[in-house]
Design a protein around this ligand. Sequence first.
Ligand code: ADP
Ligand code: MG
Length: 302
Amino acid sequence: MEEFDAIARYFAPLASPGGLGLQDDAALLSPSSDKELVLTTDTIIESVHFLPDTAPEDIAWKLLGVNVSDLAAMGAMPLHYLLALTLPRGSKENWLQRFSTGLKDGMVAYGGSLLGGDTTSHNGAFVLTLTAIGEVPRGQALQRKGAAVGDAVFVSGIIGESYLGLNHPTSPYLQRYLRPTPRIALGQALRGIASACADVSDGLVADVGHIACASGVSISLNLQEIPLPVEAKALGIPATDLITAGDDYELVFTVPSSRVAALEAKQLPVTRIGAVVAGSGVTVYDTAGQPVILAKKGWVHG
Ligand code: ADP
Ligand code: MG
């Protein structure tokens, strides 16, 4: 496969004007003065983050999704992407073609276009890195810090659908695992309302822990209030597995009590699941008000 031909064929159509047709040494970006840029990068590796038999279209969607979810958590709008691909030597052009199709679909869904990237090959697995660039009005980015004692805690969507899809591929949730849908619009709607926000990628409890740690507070969650897939019980999947599994790509956030009415007025797909209290760490309470013992809090980065 001739690398330059493949880039021109499959990636140049996805390029921003600043990408200069993916024909120059680097890209040009003109930031607007009333905005801040939000930048994030994530790598996914074959056999670590996706199974070797995953469709290239779905791999691209996931690579885009994990990055866009970080932008959503900051309340940002996606603008641009840089793509660094390390391919197994001898990869077929067909793989790049299918990958670029998934990338295009994702970019249509989330917004943003390609600024550039790098393509290399080696005697090893696929190692795929995407850098995402978004923007927020100056001073309005959501952060993990900012939660204060007395704030309410909310989560979007349903927690554990992706885990269910991965472990029970016959369930209707396989698509939730393969094609996560980051909460871009929600993140932007939370600007000026949420005091702290994170995306749920490592597992709900772990990501709530990130907010608690960054904010210097403790967070209490009520297990019976966390929205879980109704099928989980019949499949024998414990709630504690669902709230510590990853890949949900929902948003978890805190809201000062003075702004809860403003949040509710927006009628967003969110559920109140707990409260910010003094102390540190995360405690999950069962219906009897007893702390739930969790074997693990979530995905630990290896
Ligand atoms: P250099 O040798 O200067 O690093 P490259 O040959 O790596 O240049 O890249 C040439 C052009 O192709 C650049 O504009 C680069 O951004 C683009 N490019 C290379 N690989 C990719 C990719 N995977 N996705 C998007 N653009 C790419
Ligand atoms: Mg290069």
